[in-house]
Design a protein around this ligand. Structure first.
Ligand SMILES: Nc1nc2c(ncn2[C@@H]2O[C@H](COP(=O)(O)OP(=O)(O)OP(=O)(O)O)[C@@H](O)[C@H]2O)c(=O)[nH]1
Ligand SMILES: [Mg+2]
Length: 463
């Protein structure tokens, strides 16, 4: 079973045959439209259009939406592990809808928390049905003290991906509205639509090629059938490419301090991500140190020091324009002496030129490994999620010279280019490990691939 079917099984179902589920499904669409309305009126229109227009052709019947408080109370009852699929799916949908509605309507904190917690519990139950989803559930359990952040992230994913979802759904709908028959011109245009949707060039070609055969094979003529095959292909390809992918952050195994090195072009969000992560580990009671390895840009050290002050974590600094590797050496040395748990190393996004930057990063890495042979446990490439294809080219550039272990995708809260996640996996084969969902210290979430892809294609998966 491909990822598409597994997600549909976990999150969706057959609305027309199951009255209860139909109302849960309708409430999901309603909640989504409401949440988007809060962000932008025109976006809400197109989101409901995207939610309505494709399923209408598939023959699903509209049903009155469940009142929001009813949906919340449904969500408040976590599904037992052995409940049938349909019930789980209904419960997941309503819980997810409630979480979005509660968050977007700025309802009381506790309501949002309750809905998110219930959604997470139901998700775990539903996840037992599929291998990849149960991995996600296991990862959630393993995070232990990070669990509350994980729960709250469910509502944030929905909200954070609203723009990307609308943008992609719109594009697909506009495209489908233009074609009359499934011919060569159709596939050429589809290819362009997918590239514009930031799924990546190679991915767009691959999907279109596979689609030619699949559409013929299934004799798909109706627009809704073709749309389904398109999304199914995208989700399944994403699922296949992610087999064995490890989205977790790695820590030292021998009791020595863990070191995470952050790299990426200027403005991507390195310093901000370090501040957020420092906050996370500090809250967990870990001994955290920050290393101000960007001595090049004026104000960069001060920016990290300010983050350190805000989240109550010490920062190791050096004079302006001094050797960044010396600052990092000091930080690692201090971490060893103090028996610190984790060192987060900031680096410059730009030096005199690209070669200097790459050489500098290599030198910093050597200094770390000389002091701590297992470290750095992570070299995290920070990419600005609003830049789409540009982020992908940057990533290709960095990975040529630096041994990147994972991606941090920032600014998803304001991005319409969430589709870049498909391209990162399919073309770079690097795991996204963290996502930035705002500028504040709590606006960072562990990346959950299945929740993400569900958030991106929600209306097209849940039918
Ligand atoms: N909305 C939003 N803004 C973010 C996010 N992450 C970072 N930013 C903002 O992006 C801007 C640049 O972030 P920095 O952390 O300074 O980027 P940097 O990679 O350290 O940049 P240099 O130090 O110039 O190399 C800041 O205004 C941040 O507040 C995010 O997840 N969401
Ligand atoms: Mg910085």
């Amino acid at each position: 079973m491909g990822l598409f079917d597994r997600l549909r099984k976990a999150f969706g179902g057959q609305p027309a045959e199951q009255p209860e589920e139909t109302s849960a499904s309708a409430s999901a669409s309603t909640a989504l439209a409401e949440s988007t309305a809060a962000a932008s009126a025109s976006a809400a229109d197109s989101t409901s259009a995207a939610a309505a227009s494709i399923p209408v052709e598939s023959g699903s019947t509209a049903a009155p939406a469940a009142p929001m408080d009813e949906a919340v109370s449904m969500a408040a009852e976590p599904a037992p592990a052995s409940v049938p699929d349909q019930a789980v799916a209904a419960s997941v949908q309503s819980a997810s809808a409630s979480a979005v509605a509660a968050a977007s309507a700025a309802a009381s904190e506790s309501a949002a928390q309750a809905a998110a917690t219930a959604a997470s519990a139901s998700l775990s139950a539903a996840a037992a049905e599929s291998a990849s989803l149960s991995e996600a559930a296991a990862a959630t359990e393993n995070t232990g003290s990070e669990a509350p952040a994980e729960d709250a992230s469910l509502a944030r994913y929905d909200k954070g991906l609203a723009k990307s979802r609308t943008s992609f759904g719109d594009r697909l709908n506009h495209f489908l509205a233009r074609f009359r028959s499934v011919d060569d011109a159709f596939f050429d245009e589809l290819e362009e639509t997918l590239i514009e949707g930031d799924v990546g060039f190679e991915t767009a070609l691959k999907i279109t090629d596979e689609l030619r055969d699949e559409v013929k094979l299934r004799n798909a003529k109706k627009k809704s059938d073709v749309a389904e095959v398109i999304v199914e292909k995208m989700v399944d390809l994403y699922g296949e490419e992610g087999a064995g992918e490890d989205n977790s952050l790695h820590f030292s195994t021998d009791g020595t301090p863990t070191v995470f090195l952050f790299v990426g072009v200027n403005g991507a969000g390195k310093t901000t991500t370090i501040g957020k992560l420092a906050h996370r580990y500090q809250e967990q009671g870990k001994h955290v140190l920050l290393a101000a390895g960007d001595t090049f840009r004026a104000g960069a050290t001060e920016q990290l020091v300010e983050w350190g002050r805000r989240v109550n974590v010490p920062v190791v600094t050096g004079p302006a324009e001094s050797d960044p590797a010396a600052v990092v050496y000091d930080a690692v040395h201090r971490a060893k002496e103090e028996n610190a748990d984790i060192v987060l190393v900031d680096t410059a996004g730009r030096l005199q030129n690209k070669v200097n930057l790459m050489n500098e990063l290599a030198k910093i890495k050597r200094v770390i490994t000389r002091e701590l042979p297992e470290a750095p446990q992570e070299v995290l490439l920070v990419l600005d999620g609003t830049t789409g294809q540009n982020a992908l080219s940057q990533a290709k550039e960095f990975t040529k010279t630096t041994n990147v272990t994972g991606i941090v995708l920032t600014k998803l809260d304001g991005s319409a280019k969430g589709g870049i996640v498909l391209a990162i996996r399919n073309e770079l084969h690097l795991p996204v490990k963290l996502v930035g969902l705002g500028e504040k210290m709590d606006d960072l979430a562990d990346f959950d691939p299945n929740k993400f892809v569900y958030g991106l294609f929600k209306e097209l998966i849940v039918r």
